[in-house]
Design a binder for this molecule. Structure first.
Ligand SMILES: Nc1nc2c(ncn2[C@@H]2O[C@H](COP(=O)(O)OP(=O)(O)OP(=O)(O)O)[C@@H](O)[C@H]2O)c(=O)[nH]1
Ligand SMILES: [Mg+2]
Length: 311
């Protein structure tokens, strides 16, 4: 067989990179990371500021490994919780080899988007080196690609047009060229995680997040921002075949508990049922879930709680 030096070089080249996925709240960052990884690693909702942590989703291919860091949406607010979330996004940008900036084609790029552009200009020495853009929600009849592309050209004139991709994360459109470009841009290096990993989140965190998603998607108005989920106990039983979990949905005020419990307990039953269904799909064990509601007054201003939840 003929020895093809070029082919061997390409085949042996292993790429490895951390890719921070950033953008405004609700642009579809978590949906995109889930689609790229082919597994649900991050929770999704229509409510802005769903993601509260740097969540790693891993893509393994023959040519290497990309670790996507899903981040909290960047939002203009001086509230303590928001500032913590913004710190998570800032740190992810600083740690990443590539920054994937997601824009929502259905929303005009306004003040919030301009602030992100300014922050990136401060954070990145050479934006043309690290930045890739994904203009998302192109499936929507409200999508305005021209407005998003004009924003990118105006604020990032040094970044080539070949770094700007139009996608629909929801419909899985345009993802292959984006992923190919990200692999091509990534430096060579050893994989960070074993090849069978698609996330590095621990079991308790994933359980808490799934319960939070089921709660957020059943609540309304401000309440989603006022809750967090605490997995207080998790123990294996029945020779390790069953995982028994006690978790609390924690509200900011006593008066909010009733909304989570619902009439005759109907709301919390529905949250528990939906969470169990998904947990059973993700984990190989049987899961028993004891789900309760508790108030931790004003937790959004409690440094100890914020530190535990977000850092
Ligand atoms: N039409 C359409 N909707 C999308 C697309 N991608 C995401 N969405 C929807 O947009 C909403 C927000 O999606 P998320 O993935 O939670 O957005 P995010 O950017 O992670 O939001 P935060 O975590 O709050 O910053 C959800 O209702 C998604 O179903 C898309 O390609 N097209
Ligand atoms: Mg998110």
């Amino acid at each position: 067989m003929e020895y093809d030096k070029n082919e061997r070089t390409v085949k042996n080249m292993r790429k490895a990179a951390f890719i921070a996925v950033i953008g405004r709240p609700s642009v579809g960052k978590s949906t995109l990371v889930n689609r790229l990884c082919g597994e649900k690693v991050a929770i999704v909702s229509a409510v802005p500021q769903t993601t509260r942590n740097a969540i790693r989703g891993i893509v393994n291919r023959e040519e290497g490994q990309l670790v996507f860091i899903d981040t909290p949406g960047r939002h203009l607010s001086e509230k303590k919780l928001n500032k913590k979330l913004q710190d998570v996004s800032d740190r992810s940008i600083a740690d990443a080899e590539i920054v994937l900036y997601v824009l929502d084609a259905t929303r005009a790029p306004a003040e919030e988007e301009e602030k992100i552009a300014a922050d990136l200009a401060d954070a990145l020495e050479n934006p043309a080196e690290k930045l890739v853009f994904a203009i998302n929600k192109m499936d929507s009849p409200d999508a305005n690609f021209a407005a998003a592309a004009a924003f990118v050209r105006k604020f990032f004139p040094s970044v080539g047009e070949d770094r700007c991709f139009t996608i629909s994360a929801l419909k899985r459109e345009g993802l292959a060229p984006l992923l190919d470009a990200l692999f091509a841009l990534s430096p060579e290096g050893e994989a960070f995680y074993p090849e069978e990993y698609y996330t590095d989140q621990d079991v308790r965190f994933r359980i808490a997040e799934i319960i939070r998603e089921k709660a957020i998607n059943r609540l309304w108005d401000e309440l989603p921002h006022a809750i967090y989920v605490d997995v207080a106990d998790a123990e294996f039983k029945e020779n390790g075949t069953t995982l028994w979990v006690r978790a609390f949905i924690i509200t900011e005020r006593e008066s909010q508990k009733g909304m989570i419990v619902g009439k005759g307990g109907s709301m919390i039953r529905s949250i528990r049922h939906a969470a169990l269904k998904e947990l059973k799909r993700i984990f190989e064990w049987k899961i028993e879930l004891d789900l309760r509601v508790k108030a931790a007054p004003d937790w959004r201003h409690n440094d100890g709680v914020l530190k535990r939840l977000i850092e």
